[in-house]
Structure formats: structure tokens, C-alpha cells
Design a binder for this molecule. Structure first.
Ligand code: ZN
Length: 375
């Protein structure tokens, strides 16, 4: 549906793809990730200590249903994985989250049958006598991935990823700390390669007016395609003209809520258009008419999908990160390491080592296991 090649990781192919994923992480330039989950916080506090406590409460009661990773190989290609997950403990689901996933093509039947089971919180391997060996599961996979990320200082890339990091931490690393400052201290220590948040960079550094994931992705892809196509203008103009001249096509008006934020109250029932090609074309023409240059932006539409899968979101994040690095340069990009976007706040979450907050005992124990254990 998305046209992007990926591997879905399930209990059917787990053993055969395990080593491949870990090996690719070891040589990766960076790894983008996205998580789909069952619960969201209804209230977003301005005060971060309080926001964290409320989010942690939701994360601890909910579940991850899929985990997408997009791995940038040294040769510049992206390898995409979609890991299907089943939280095997009793947990809550927010029906609106499930509906959202279902309407974007998520297959719950498949998830339950083929998803990899996991138990969140403290990793039970740590309490198990060493002589007892059991079959490795998705938490062992994460430990192996995490070891490579740490050993090779591979950066993680997320888009609006604060809650994703909380889910990842609680599901695959250890129980979320009671206090926000300890969570931050653990994150800093856990990911020495650093974490980038493309939402923060888009909003605060590049001043993008609209910064939801799919919008940025298609906007940057259109720009990249335009640059690539310079030289064969004729074909391009013909293609665009053909599209505009089709008299049978009367599209509905653009949904302004969707165009600004990437979602609207109407959801999949909305009668207005969520067509990103049209939205981007309109916005580009608006910007161009403001700057009084090139009023007719003739960009061939790119195939747009509304698919919303962990692997595709991870892939889009990686694409955006790549585009931004090319635009800004590597050094300017590195200034943005460790700044996570915080909804409704003007400042980012700074992931820097604090002399006041220590890492937690739980993380220290897990760190020892990650760095010292070998499969
Ligand atoms: Zn709408």
C-alpha cells in the first residue's frame, strides 16, 4: 500500500530475521523508529513533572501493538521493519486509538495471532537463575539491538517521540521511574548516540508552519523530486497539465483541520479532502505567491498514501531526517541532538546529564545486562 519495501516481524519469521536486524543496527548511520500503542493521555499538563506522571500512568496500563524501525545503512539505503507485538499482561485499550489504527489498515486479527508476546516492566530474565535457558523473544531482540546502539553510538531518530520513548522504555527496558528527572537521567545514559526529534527541528529550527509527519514527508519528497527532474521540464509540465485539465474531476474542498495538524474530528468520515498532494500544492502556491516568484508551481504529484503503520512512520521519519541533514549540514544538525519536542510548550525536553538527578537502580541493573550479556 505504501510502496515501501519492509519486513514484518512476527512469531513466524522471528528466528530467521533476528540476526539480520541486529547486524544491520551495528553498522547503521542512524535508526528511526515509531511505535503504535493502545492508550493516549487526554490531558497534557504544562508542568512537565505532572505531565510525565500522568503519561506514565497511561503507558503502564496500555500496550504497544507495533514497533517500526527504519535503519539507515552505510550505503544510504533504508531497511524497514515492522515488529508486531502483543502485550501479554492485562492492559487497557482506548477505543479511539484502536479505531484510528483499524481505519489505517492495522490488522488486529493478525496482531493477536502472529504478534510477538512481551511482558513490560522489569525484565524477568534478571531474576532468573542463569542455568535456566528459555527461548528468546522480542525483549531479547531489543536487548541485542540496544547493545549495538550503545556500542556503536548509533543515534535514534523520532518524530514527536516523547511518548514513544516512554513506551519503549517501559515495554522493553524497565519500569518507568516514578519521577520525571530520573526518566530523563536514564534516557541520557541509555542512548549515548543521542536522540533526534524531527518534529522539534521542523518547528523550532526550520520554522515549518505545518509539521505533522506525512505533510513533511510529502513536502520534502516533492522538493527532492523537483530538484531531480530539473532538466526535463517538458514531461513534467505535460503531466501536470493533464491532471489539471481533467474535466470529470471535481474534488471536495480541502479539510483545513487536517491540512494544519494531520488529523480532524471527522476522522475517516470527514467529507472534506485529506489529499496531501492537493494540500501541498495549495500551500506551495500560497507561499510562492507571497514571495512573488514562480507563481505556477508545477510539481508532479507523488503517490500519496494515508497508511499509518509503524514501519512507514519510521521510514518517513528517516526520510525527513535525511532531507534535513542535507539541507542544514551535518554540523548544524548535530546541534539539535537531545532535544525532544514537547506538545504545547515552546521549549524542548533537553536530554543532558544533570548533576542533580541520578540514574535509577532499575536502569543500572538493566544496563549491566545489556552491556555484558551475549546471546
Ligand atoms: Zn477532515
Amino acid at each position: 500500500m505504501t510502496g515501501i519495501a519492509y519486513t514484518q516481524v512476527t512469531n513466524e519469521n522471528f528466528e530467521s530475521v533476528y540476526k539480520d536486524i541486529v547486524d544491520k543496527i551495528a553498522t547503521a548511520k542512524y535508526v528511526a523508529m515509531d511505535i503504535e500503542f493502545t492508550g493516549q493521555c487526554q490531558t497534557i499538563h504544562k508542568h512537565m513533572d505532572q505531565r510525565y506522571v500522568e503519561l506514565a500512568n497511561v503507558v503502564k496500563k496500555s500496550a504497544m501493538v507495533s514497533f517500526g524501525v527504519s535503519i539507515m545503512a552505510p550505503n544510504g539505503t533504508l531497511e524497514n521493519y515492522d515488529v508486531l507485538l502483543v502485550n501479554q499482561t492485562v492492559h487497557q485499550v482506548d477505543p479511539s486509538n484502536l479505531l484510528f489504527l483499524a481505519h489505517h489498515g492495522f490488522d488486529f486479527n493478525r496482531q493477536l495471532r502472529y504478534g510477538l508476546g512481551y511482558r513490560p516492566g522489569v525484565f524477568n530474565v534478571l531474576n532468573r537463575p542463569k542455568e535456566i535457558k528459555i527461548k528468546r523473544g522480542v525483549r531479547e531482540l531489543w536487548v541485542d539491538i540496544h547493545r549495538q546502539l550503545r556500542a556503536h553510538h548509533v543515534p535514534l531518530v523520532v518524530h514527536n517521540g516523547f511518548i514513544d520513548m516512554m513506551y519503549l522504555y517501559h515495554s522493553f527496558i524497565t519500569t518507568l521511574p516514578a519521577q520525571f528527572q530520573h526518566f530523563v537521567a536514564d534516557l541520557v545514559d541509555a542512548f549515548p548516540g543521542g536522540i533526534y526529534d524531527t518534529k522539534y527541528i521542523a518547528r523550532k529550527i526550520l520554522d515549518e508552519e505545518v509539521s505533522f509527519l506525512a505533510y513533511l514527508y510529502y513536502q520534502y519528497m516533492r522538493r527532492d523530486n523537483k530538484r531531480k527532474r530539473e532538466g526535463d521540464d517538458d514531461d513534467q509540465q505535460q503531466a501536470t497539465k493533464k491532471l489539471r485539465d481533467d474535466p470529470s474531476y471535481m474534488p471536495p474542498p480541502i479539510c483545513d483541520d487536517y491540512a494544519a495538524r494531520g488529523y480532524c474530528e471527522g476522522g475517516y468520515k470527514c467529507v472534506f479532502s485529506h489529499d496531501l498532494n492537493r494540500i501541498l500544492e495549495r500551500d506551495e502556491n500560497l507561499r510562492n505567491s507571497k514571495s512573488k516568484s514562480n507563481p505556477q508551481s508545477l510539481v508532479t504529484p507523488v503517490p500519496v498514501t494515508n497508511a499509518h503503520n509503524a514501519y512507514f512512520d519510521a521510514y518517513m521519519t528517516a526520510y525527513i531526517f535525511n532531507h534535513m541533514t542535507t539541507m542544514m549540514g551535518k554540523e548544524a544538525m548535530e546541534q539539535q541532538i537531545g532535544k525532544l519536542y514537547l506538545m504545547r510548550l515552546d521549549f524542548p525536553l533537553r536530554l543532558i546529564k544533570s548533576q542533580f538527578a541520578n540514574t535509577t537502580e532499575e536502569w543500572n541493573t538493566m544496563k549491566k545486562h545489556i552491556d555484558e550479556s551475549k546471546q
